[in-house]
Design a binder for this molecule. Structure first.
Ligand code: KDG
Ligand code: MG
Length: 398
């Protein structure tokens, strides 16, 4: 069974998504997500110009060998563009392998380790009152784990609150940040949330890379009474040893990894047990094959999975994530935000949400596809992620 065709489909049903569709010589198709938000066309071009020509005529069942061929064969290793492109090929080949075997992909990964994949949703609001209402709405929908983001007095546009801008302009929006205002406000938000909803609901919070290690240590310590499930991305993690300082000061669990591309980005964080959850994803960390390697290493060091799963990546990624989530021994949580109707129409899928969990498809393969006619009705529109400045104009991390 050889690869006869591979095509890259870029579509924008509200957000841009890049999908690789591989077709074998006996007509089996597989899909993989290659979406890198704000840099979509770089991955589309990498695939079209440098990867697709290498795929035609290769054996479709040689997933590991194809992964190694694309990784080592490029000479230039790692990086989000390369690893998202490899991820798309890898995911599509797992989809094909499942279809040929007549099994959902999770069966090829060892079968179920749990009944369902516990997901967390997002409660976001500019005010605490609005936030409490959003939390109540999520609990009514059945969520048992909820990420909490709230506006900060004195800042007009805080991360996670109203930043979900549609595609349309390549020039990034700019937001303004103050770590002092933020650190002053956040503990009081969690105090109100716990007093309103009690100890049972799992609460998470995303700092989105904005603090220094000592600031993060202070925040973690001040949030200890509210028993967060995790504090996410408190500090950028290029300097992995920077997390030692946070760890020395607080028992608030730490989650990191949505921008990681390989196991090397988190090797020290994992082996020194500096984090509790690793948030790498199928699409940005080299596909099912490589992400499973990251989770296997994490398992040895008591670190659990907590994969990134926003609507900046496509339902193909989410479908693939669920097959891994349900099968690995060290699953923690999966992020989940429902897609718009337009996106669901472009990517028909059969995973489903019930009682705070997502359930992977039982169809052979991943159980997700791309409707190419529908995709063609939503052409690419330039879009960038925002940038962020301190109050004095200094460029900071978004
Ligand atoms: O594309 C970037 C977003 O997906 C990211 O900002 C979302 O931090 C995020 C999260 O945890 O969902
Ligand atoms: Mg995040």
């Amino acid at each position: 069974m050889k690869i006869a065709d591979a095509r890259v489909i870029v579509t924008c049903p509200g957000r841009n998504f890049v999908t690789l569709k591989i077709v074998t010589d006996d007509g089996v198709t597989g899909v993989g997500d290659a979406t890198l938000a704000g840099r979509e066309l770089a991955v589309a071009s990498y695939l079209t110009e440098h990867v697709v020509p290498l795929l035609i005529g290769r054996e479709a069942d040689r997933i590991e060998d194809t992964w190694q061929y694309l990784y080592r064969g490029a000479y230039w290793r790692r990086g989000p563009v390369t690893m998202s492109a490899i991820a798309a090929v890898d995911t599509a080949l797992w989809d094909i392998k499942g279809k040929v075997a007549g099994l959902p992909v999770y069966q090829l990964l060892g079968g179920r380790s749990r009944d369902g994949v516990t997901v967390y949703g997002h409660a976001n609001a500019p005010t605490v009152d609005g936030l409490l209402a959003e939390l109540a709405r999520h609990l009514d929908l059945g969520y048992r784990a909820i990420r909490v983001q709230c506006g900060v007095p004195g800042l007009t546009d805080t991360y996670g609150v109203g930043q979900d801008k549609p595609a349309g302009t390549a020039v990034p929006a700019e937001t303004v940040w103050s770590s002092e205002r933020y650190l002053h406000h956040v503990p009081s938000v969690f105090a109100q949330v716990r007093s309103e909803f009690g100890p049972e609901v799992k609460l998470l919070h995303d700092v989105h890379h904005r603090l220094t290690p000592i600031e993060a240590a202070r925040l973690g310590k001040s949030l200890e009474p509210y028993a967060l499930t995790w504090l996410e991305d408190p500090v950028p993690a290029e300097l992995q040893e920077g997390y030692r300082l946070i760890r020395q000061h607080t028992t608030t669990p730490i989650a990191v990894g949505e921008v990681f591309n390989t196991v090397w980005d988190c090797q020290q964080l994992i082996t020194e047990q500096l984090i509790d959850y690793v948030r790498a994803t199928v699409v940005h960390a080299g596909g099912i094959t490589h992400l499973r390697r990251i989770f296997d290493l994490a398992h040895l060091y008591h670190v659990r999975s907590g994969s990134h799963g926003t609507t900046t990546m496509s339902p193909v990624s989410l479908a693939a994530a669920l097959h891994l989530d349900v099968s690995i021994p060290n699953f923690g949580l999966q992020e989940y935000l429902p897609y718009t109707e337009a996106t669901d129409a472009v990517f028909p899928h059969s995973y489903r949400f019930a009682d705070g969990c997502l359930h992977p498809s039982e169809e052979p393969g991943l159980g997700v596809d791309i409707d190419e006619e529908s995709a063609a009705r939503h052409p690419y529109r330039p879009a960038s992620l925002p940038v962020n400045r301190l109050e004095d104009g200094t460029l900071h991390n978004w």
